[in-house]
Write a protein that binds this ligand. Structure first.
Ligand code: AMP
Length: 411
């Protein structure tokens, strides 16, 4: 876990603002779920899932409840759906930290932020297209160009079950040729063996059956409509039959976004898909669901690599220097802020030189200076710091207009 300080914190904030803009424009409303839930909310994600079995921050609270810090937010959104029973389709977005006890490395932390959307209660391939397109638009708004979209369909739960059986037979036939880790994974979830990046598994995985052989007519038609919709929107994608993603709940459409500049082990910027059963398992009616989660950290790393979406300039417009004790700076900054400018000042009645240095460091374009002469004469000195131009002394009640004209460039 780490601190995120300025200017990185400003990037984080703006990231979420841009995301909120993009999904807000499509009718998604924010949900702010609690940071921790009853452990059971997350164990329903499945016991073949590392984030449940190995990475959960769970503990017993003072009331004897077994709770966990959320490792992701889809389960919380589904739990909230069961509790509030909103009208469907329920289109929500969220942002905030999740917690996973993972091995920390570049782009992987134990507390990490995601933004995401979930739609509950609509099973329409055009919704899949909308969801994918929103993530795509978001990357475009960040300025990222090297994003690759992979899509797949896991079929209906029955198709998927038959596929899992076929995979199990295929991998079992490989016997000891399969890595020990993959043999372990095989016992729990044969699909996840497809994710193995171990060299000894590569050939066996390459020869494995593919999901398309198991799609029902419905599932195949759904996926065909999704692909055609992406084509209609001119969103480029690759079909990747090995894309199975983590959770047991995924069905039909799954997708992932990869950053072209990132290491292949950490190149997933985000992903999502359709899921079934989660709402039902949490006590609600059978409900279709689809969503995605995008990691902020890795996406910002990708932005850095591509030289886009840098830290916003959060320097103030004006810095007030007051060598008469500080009360004038109090009044002037207050007036400036009320007039809509951003303004900072020095404290502790430091020397003129020290305050001018602080003004420079602040990045402000203008310094307003009040010394004993100005105070006595009812004036204030206005000094442009960046664009050049002379210092001007104006009446104390006339400086706002000058600041305005300097900032808009018509002085
Ligand atoms: P997941 O919820 O596992 O599907 O992850 C979705 C996205 O969240 C990934 O593609 C990453 O960008 C991000 N992510 C997942 N785990 C971490 C982590 N431990 N640290 C930073 N980002 C993460």
């Amino acid at each position: 876990m780490r601190d995120i300080v300025a200017p990185e914190s400003a990037r984080f904030r703006r990231f979420t603002e841009v995301f909120a803009d993009v999904v807000g424009a499509a009718g998604y409303q924010q949900i702010i779920p609690p940071m921790m839930e009853d452990l059971g909310v997350f164990t329903r994600l499945g016991d073949a899932t590392d984030i449940v079995t190995k990475e959960m921050y769970d503990f017993v609270d003072k009331g004897g409840r077994h709770v966990a810090l959320r490792p992701e937010q889809t389960a919380s959104v589904c739990r909230a759906y069961v509790e509030h029973r909103p009208l469907t389709p329920w289109k929500t977005w969220y942002s905030g930290p999740n917690f996973r006890y993972e091995k920390p490395q570049r782009g992987r932390y134990r507390q990490f932020d995601q933004v995401g959307i979930e739609v509950l209660g609509a099973d329409d391939p055009y919704l899949d297209v909308e969801v994918i397109a929103l993530a795509w638009e978001f990357y475009r708004r960040l300025g990222l160009r090297q994003v690759k979209l992979l899509v797949n369909s896991l079929g209906e739960p029955d198709d998927r079950a038959r596929y899992v059986d076929a995979l199990r037979s295929h991998f079992e036939a490989a016997g000891d040729a399969l890595s020990e880790q993959s043999r372990e994974t095989l016992n729990k979830n044969p699909l996840r063996v497809l994710d193995s990046k171990r060299r000894e598994d590569a050939a066996i995985i390459a020869g494995a059956p593919t999901i398309d052989q198991f799609w029902s007519a419905d599932a195949a038609a759904h996926f065909a409509t999704v692909r055609a919709g992406l084509d209609d929107l001119e969103i480029p994608f690759d079909v990747d039959m090995r894309l199975v993603r983590g959770l047991d709940y995924y069905r039909r459409t799954t997708f992932e976004f990869q950053g072209g500049t990132l290491d292949s082990a950490q190149n997933a910027l985000g992903g999502g898909g359709r899921y079934d059963g989660l709402v039902e398992d949490l006590g609600g009616p059978p409900t279709a669901g689809i969503g995605f989660a995008l990691g902020i950290d890795r996406t910002l790393l990708a932005c850095g690599d591509e030289g886009v979406f840098g830290a916003p300039d959060d320097s103030v417009d004006v810095f007030v220097v007051d060598t008469t004790g500080g009360r004038e700076a109090l009044l002037v900054t207050n007036e400036l802020r009320a007039a809509g400018f951003t303004a900072d000042r020095a404290f502790e009645n430091r020397s003129m030189k020290a305050q001018m240095k602080a003004a420079d460091r602040s990045g402000a374009g203008i310094a307003l200076i009040v010394g004993s002469e100005e105070l006595a004469g009812g004036t204030i000195a206005v000094r442009p710091l960046r664009q050049g131009g002379d210092q001007r002394v104006v009446p104390r009640d006339g400086y706002i207009a000058l600041v305005q004209s300097l900032i808009t460039g018509n002085s």
